[in-house]
Design a protein around this ligand. Structure first.
Ligand code: NAD
Ligand code: DAU
Length: 351
């Protein structure tokens, strides 16, 4: 039995779906179901007894302690977080509450549980983090290694950096057997449509503008979500306690190239009724405040020490992703309704 937090979100849900496709070890899924959590994503597990869903907050110590005592998981994998940089700029409080205080409370609950475990050496707390904690790179600088200094620039990355430091401290001070992963930008099925790739696909299909921030030359390093999930399974199985592992697919791309690729794929797979290219919908808009210019992950450590390699190239992964959104319009409509729609209209006149 493992406990996954944030398992109704983009990466957590992909992780659970893949985990249960690959083996029968049950998963408890603790998720607060914020605007970003969606049980429709886990529809195929509705009557699967290997998936135990519990709605709740990682910061609710009583609830978490009850779950740990009742189910006795051999590992906790912490995906739960507020994850969107733009939101962290507009409304940073929730990021502090969940990513910092929530992770801290979770660590405290897990420490209590772990201390009394008979086989405490075998337990693992795996914290899922991001490459954004390392800050921004110049074009000529080498990619982030695990030894790169922490220089978070947004409220989101600062909150994730703080949580990484608490995880490290709980290992160093109390001996909690932790593992931390720092991954680059994910994309793939069930990605919430506030993020670049799904937003561009969905806006293109509905004839809206494709808002590219600033000059569109910012670089992100893209990894297909299922490759990230495989890397986490690898780290859980073979990672050295107390260590951190960078995860990335060596896929650095400027944002405008990503948007153009999506437009070209849509031109091929679902041409516009008027026969014009989707790229006509691109609009350069105001830049994100404090926008990091470049992220790039050096994945040598996980590749050499744990023999993990991504299965998808960017070309295969982005094609699958565009096709997935074309085939899953109902999921899209579902997650776009309600609180998310109200928030978007309040904050982005152009969307
Ligand atoms: P997401 O926003 O899609 O999902 C987050 C999930 O956490 C949601 O289901 C939400 O309901 C849940 N949640 C939020 N606050 C909670 C709380 N207090 N208690 C319990 N559940 C709560 O995020 P994602 O993109 O799936 O990211 C998952 C993790 O991976 C995050 O920790 C993020 O920092 C990290 N990460 C994301 C990326 C990426 O590109 N998306 C890359 C690297 C690392
Ligand atoms: O690097 C890992 C991180 O990647 C994760 O830790 C975060 O949780 C995840 O959200 C992601 O952060 P980014 O800020 O890089 O992702 P986002 O999809 O929001 O933006 C990607 C790039 O595209 C970024 O340079 C901003 C730009 N952008 C984004 C949006 C939403 C646009 O130009 N237009 C847009 O409308």
């Amino acid at each position: 039995m493992i406990l996954v937090t944030g398992g109704a979100g983009f990466i957590g849900a992909n992780f659970i779906l893949d985990w249960l496709r690959l083996n029968d070890e049950p998963v408890i899924n603790l998720d607060k179901l914020t605007y970003a959590g969606n049980l429709n994503t886990l529809k195929e597990l509705e009557s699967d007894t290997r998936h135990i869903f519990i709605k709740g907050d990682i910061g609710d110590s009583q609830l978490v302690e009850n779950i740990l005592d009742k189910y006795k998981p051999r590992a906790v994998i912490n995906f739960a977080a507020e994850s969107h940089v733009d939101r962290s700029i507009l409304e940073p409080h929730a990021f502090l509450q969940t990513n910092v205080i929530g992770t801290f409370n979770l660590l405290e609950s897990v420490k209590k549980y772990w201390t009394n475990l008979p086989n405490s050496n075998e337990f693992r707390f795996l914290h899922v983090s991001t490459d954004e904690v390392y800050g921004s790179l110049e074009r000529t600088e080498p990619a982030f290694t695990e030894g790169h200094k922490y220089e978070p620039n947004s409220p989101y990355s600062a909150s994730k950096a703080a949580s990484d430091h608490f995880v490290r401290a709980y290992h160093h001070t109390y001996g909690l057997p932790v593992l931390t992963t720092n991954c680059s930008n994910n994309y793939g099925p069930f990605h919430f449509p506030e993020k670049l790739i799904p937003l561009m696909i969905i806006n293109a299909l509905s004839g809206k503008g494709l808002p590219v921030y600033g000059d569109g030359q910012q670089i992100r390093d893209w990894l297909y979500v299922k490759d990230h999930c495989a890397a986490i399974r690898c780290v859980l199985a073979g990672g050295k306690v107390g260590e951190t592992y960078n995860i990335g697919g060596w896929n650095e791309k400027p944002n405008i190239e990503i948007v153009n690729t999506i437009c070209e794929l849509l031109d091929e797979l679902r041409p516009r009724a008027d026969g014009k290219p989707y790229a006509k919908q691109i609009q350069y808009v105001a830049d994100r405040p404090g926008h990091d210019r470049r992220y790039a992950v050096d994945a040598n450590k996980i590749e050499c020490q744990l023999d993990w390699r991504p299965a998808e190239t960017f070309e295969t992964g982005i094609r699958k992703t565009v096709q997935w959104y074309l085939d899953n319009q109902v999921w899209v409509e579902n997650v776009q309704s309600g609180a998310y729609r109200t928030w978007i209209s309040k904050n982005y006149a152009e969307r």
